[in-house]
Design a binder for this molecule. Structure first.
Ligand code: MN
Length: 229
């Protein structure tokens, strides 16, 4: 019997294809990793080093569950992203070895309170509450790299109520998964259980109450989430 003074939190986990659960330790996200999306956000995609932000581990939303429309926003945006799940930890990881640290991949959606993010940018404040709110990280089933390899090309798409809103290809990522891991692990020691949302292509937009989102990545799978009415 340990002497926690409140009940310890449950372990957030992502279902794995074929059974089992991947326990989530941290969620890192890459900003502006597709040139056309950087441009639509008013930035210059000049291959500046990647930058990162984070969401709480329990922001994940699995199993295609309903997503309650979050408070404090009138502009909730979708961003479909390839998610890499770290299975072997390390610091200062070299690009050449980086993919050895990836256990598997999933499709995810980096939900964003865009209006709060715009204010944060203007006021030079942190992005935490525009990015890291409850249920802000819908994610599909995780598939092991031992089965699908390491996807570096193929369609990445998101539709809302059956209408295609984002449609690009993984080849348009500015920083590859391996390069992203190398950069991130230069700042923090990565550990098994870490997820990395690797950035979104162009076409981001707002989603309304009652709408259904479906993200899809070739060779990886899908992620669905329905906005509660
Ligand atoms: Mn994003």
């Amino acid at each position: 019997m340990t002497d926690y003074v409140v009940a310890p939190p449950p372990i957030a986990a992502v279902p794995v294809e074929g059974g089992g659960l991947f326990p989530v330790r941290r969620i890192f996200c890459v900003g502006r990793n597709y040139a056309a999306h950087a441009r639509e956000m008013g930035a210059d995609p000049d291959r500046e080093p990647p930058f990162f932000f984070a969401k709480p581990a329990d922001a994940i939303l699995t199993g295609g569950r309903d997503l309650p429309y979050p408070p404090q926003t009138e502009s909730l945006h979708f961003e479909v992203e390839l998610v890499a799940a770290i299975g072997a930890g390390g610091a200062g990881i070299a690009v050449e070895n980086a993919l050895d640290h990836v256990w598997g991949y999933a499709a995810g959606i980096d939900m964003t309170r865009r209006d709060l993010q715009d204010v944060a940018k203007q006021m030079r404040r942190p992005w935490d509450l525009s990015k890291g709110f409850d249920h802000s990280a819908p994610i599909g089933t995780l598939v092991p790299a031992s089965r699908i390899g390491h996807p570096s090309s193929g369609a990445i798409e998101l539709s809302v109520d059956g209408t295609m809103r984002q449609s690009s290809d993984l080849t348009h990522m500015i920083w590859s998964v391996a390069e992203t891991i190398a950069h991130l692990s230069a700042s923090v020691r990565l550990e098994p259980g870490d997820l990395i949302f690797t950035g979104t292509p162009e076409g981001v937009g707002a989603v309304s109450r009652g709408q259904q989102m479906e993200g899809r990545i070739d060779g990886v799978g899908t992620v669905t989430a329905r906005m509660l009415a």
